[in-house]
Design a protein around this ligand. Structure first.
Ligand code: ZN
Length: 212
């Protein structure tokens, strides 16, 4: 079982069509890439009906949306999630330091997806964050570093979607399931743990996160 992130109305409609055949959890959030096109007021009903908020966050690397606007929309969603005790999935790139004061202000259960920054990791660990290990584990040194540092009880895996897999492996020939199995193998290797144990632990972590 997994979580599918939904960032706008079109994705909502698209995913509703698939849920019967491919059941999964969904999360809703205004992504930092779309703060200029998705308005908080119009997206708010989705935040109200979802159990999990995200991806939300700050990004100064992969997009050019205004950073002040990103912070404003990020904080509104953090405040809402905090108030309503909804766990949050974070998208952070290049803004790992700037995001920390917001997370300290709005205490919650946080999951940082594909954290790939060697700095500030200790602070995120101290906040009790969960981390999804990006498919580039074993290729990208900062992702492998994360696996070494973070307790197995705080790790999850992700694909970040087919296009991200193609980007990570530099090929169009990617198989969704085997790329996730590859991540489990890499985590087992880095942590020196049996893969069956890692798999079971990841399942337990997932349930603990969504039920938090
Ligand atoms: Zn993301």
């Amino acid at each position: 079982m997994g979580i599918c992130n939904i960032e706008n109305e079109e994705e909502h409609t698209l995913v509703q069509g698939y849920l019967q055949e491919y059941p999964c959890h969904t999360s809703y959030g205004i992504h930092p890439w779309h703060v200029d096109t998705v308005k908080y007021a119009s997206f708010f009903p989705y935040l109200e009906q979802t159990r999990i908020i995200g991806e939300i966050g700050l990004d100064n690397t992969w997009c050019e949306t205004n950073l002040n606007l990103q912070k404003e929309v990020f904080e509104k969603q953090l405040a809402y999630a905090h108030e309503h005790h909804k766990p949050v999935i974070l998208h952070l790139k290049g803004m790992e330091k700037e995001a920390l004061p917001f997370l300290k202000k709005y205490k919650n259960t946080y999951l940082v997806h594909w954290y790939s920054c060697k700095e500030y990791l200790e602070e995120y660990i101290n906040l009790g964050c969960y981390f999804t290990v990006g498919p580039s584990v074993g290729i990208d040194e900062s992702v492998s570093h994360l696996v070494q540092k973070v307790d197995i009880q705080r790790l999850l895996i992700e694909s970040d979607g087919i296009s991200a897999l193609e980007w990570a492996f530099e090929t169009k020939e990617v198989d969704y399931i085997s790329s996730l199995q590859r991540s489990i193998q890499e985590i087992s290797r880095i942590k020196g743990m049996e893969s069956a144990f890692v798999e079971k632990q990841l399942d337990q972590n997932f349930i603990r996160f969504i039920e938090s």
